[in-house]
Design a protein around this ligand. Structure first.
Ligand code: GLY
Length: 408
């Protein structure tokens, strides 16, 4: 492929793979696919500005686990295990940090009912083969001295980690560029399809972008998060069943006076996830003292309004867990849209439209699942095969099955 310079705006690009979507999932796939020797183009008008920007970056398969989601838990755990190598490779390739920290998660219950739910969760994670360490209220405060006095107990999951999704996105953008990925800062105006000369079957063949560029591609990866279902030109029968699930989030940082006085800014040393009278909240600390508090989960369509009620709920619950947060500076409030699916699991692999590969529907776990998704999808793009372990996440599981009434 002739590589156009950054200034040039070619009207046609010939590629092996067009990745639609420049969030952590699309960029990680593009990077890995380019490493496999494929000519890759990523199309995104504003890379890293969707769900990836709002995400807190918790890498916590146990805390996110739910009954009947064992396959997802296993995929998440595999991705967590590959994170140290993934971020080390990124930093080596680019010199850029990712904010990765392997500090564990402390799940805490505020009152006795909350603790009972945490204990149920402990039993679930044990049944999945990843037991945590049960903690009394005193144990919790020993681990995190600034927890509120009412915390009744919890569960320590030492293997968990966190990453800064904004740093991760920047590193992925740079790594992808260095690996030869061509980035078009434009959205898809229309998916292009062609007809197979032998069979006559329709297949994805690239896209026309909003800047007028025509991208020809042997394969198209749809990694546009919640917007994947509405890609212009996508036949309805090939569209993944994703919907936007709103999450509001708050970022706090140490007040200027704390920093000026040289006092330690961090209130907690690890991710703390709490249940406060049935309401769920998490606090993710960063190395530089920033504390990310999230997140609401709202079925509001594609609405990203930050509401007083949403932020109040987060701060109310976070204060019950770490009272000292009220001394921090309010740095940012934001809302993002997670790509939800009917079974909460991602949609990974070849779609009903030949040449179109889906990598979307990561719901609450896009950042966590980026390394494993990139490995699976880049492997498919290069070799045409998905491993058996990915079968539970195939797009075919949502195909409408023809049923026949027993009464004829
Ligand atoms: N992964 C946490 C969230 O989606 O809020």
């Amino acid at each position: 492929m002739e590589k156009p310079s950054a200034m040039e705006k070619p009207s046609a690009i010939d590629s092996d793979v067009l990745v639609v979507g420049g969030g952590v999932i699309g960029l990680a796939i593009a990077w890995r696919a380019a490493q496999r020797g494929l000519r890759v183009v990523v199309a995104d008008a504003d890379p890293g500005r969707g769900a990836s920007r709002a995400a807190a970056g918790m890498l916590t398969p146990v805390a996110e686990a739910a009954y009947a989601e064992r396959a997802l838990f296993e995929l998440s755990s595999a991705s967590l295990q590959s994170y140290p190598g993934f971020v080390a490779e990124l930093t080596e390739a680019t010199g850029l940090p990712t904010g990765y920290r392997q500090t564990g998660t402390l799940l805490v219950g505020y009152d006795a009912d909350d603790l009972a739910l945490i204990r149920e969760h402990a039993a679930l994670s044990e049944s999945f083969g990843m037991p945590g360490e049960p903690m009394s209220g005193r144990d919790c405060r020993r681990a995190e001295p600034l927890l509120g006095p009412a915390i009744s107990g919890g569960l320590l999951v030492s293997g968990d980690a966190s990453v800064d999704p904004r740093l991760l996105t920047s590193a992925l953008l740079a790594a992808a560029g260095e690996a030869g990925v061509l980035h078009r800062r434009a959205a898809v105006a229309r998916l292009a399809t062609s007809h197979d000369q032998m069979s006559g079957a329709e297949r994805a063949a690239g896209a026309e972008l909003t800047d007028g560029t025509q991208v020809k591609a042997g394969q198209v990866v749809l990694a546009a998060g919640w917007a994947s279902a509405a890609l212009p030109g996508l036949p309805p029968w090939a569209a993944p069943p994703v919907r936007p699930v709103k999450g509001q989030i708050v970022r706090l940082r140490p007040a200027a006076a704390t920093v000026a006085a040289g006092l330690p800014g961090a209130l907690i040393g690890r991710t703390v996830r709490g249940l406060v009278q049935g309401s769920s909240v998490y606090l993710v600390p960063r190395e530089d003292g920033e504390l990310v508090i999230g997140a609401t989960q709202e079925e509001m369509g594609a609405d990203t309004t930050v509401t007083a009620g949403g932020i109040w709920q987060l701060l109310r619950d976070a204060r019950a867990i770490v009272p000292g947060i009220t001394e921090l500076e309010l740095a940012e409030t934001a809302a993002g849209l997670r790509p939800g699916t009917p079974d909460n699991a991602p949609v990974l692999g070849p779609s009903a439209l030949a040449g179109l590969v889906l990598a979307t529907g990561h719901f609450r776990s896009g950042v966590l699942l980026a390394p494993v998704t990139a490995r699976l999808i880049a492997g498919f793009l290069a070799d045409g095969e998905m491993p058996d372990s990915a079968a539970p996440f195939g797009p075919g599981r949502f195909a409408v099955k023809e049923t026949r009434s027993p009464c004829g």
